[in-house]
Design a protein around this ligand. Sequence first.
Ligand code: HEC
Length: 106
Amino acid sequence: MRTIWTVLSFSLGIALIVCAAFSNRCIYRARPLIQPRSVYIETCATCHSPDGPASNLQPQTLTRDEWRDFFDNGVHTGERLTDFVDDGDLKIIETYCIENARPSSE
Ligand code: HEC
């Protein structure tokens, strides 16, 4: 009977260690998958860059409030943002722009 418990708790210990190591790995690997900057560059900087057809707009160009207004309004050059950006990407871009906005005190 004792042997069974020893074996069981030992296996459980091993399983826990493996789980911990594995989930750490997953978290570690999940991070680089979403790179807000790349989403912005691929979706917005195609036009909004020094060589692009639109103003050289970066998150730092506008203040947090200006970005909030822009995304709340949701209209871009007469078109709805949701018409050319999928919802998931839009949320990532919104967060990225607001977090990296120009400080409003400047
Ligand atoms: C197809 C080209 C194109 C793409 C893609 C594009 N824009 Fe624009 N955007 C324009 C043009 C053209 C204007 C109007 C003139 C300007 O600001 O250059 C504009 C204007 C804006 C303005 C207003 C600028 C101001 O001075 O008030 C904001 C903010 C903006 N875009 C954000 C974005 C964001 C965020 C994305 C990505 C989700 C994006 N744009 C994607 C072409 C584009």
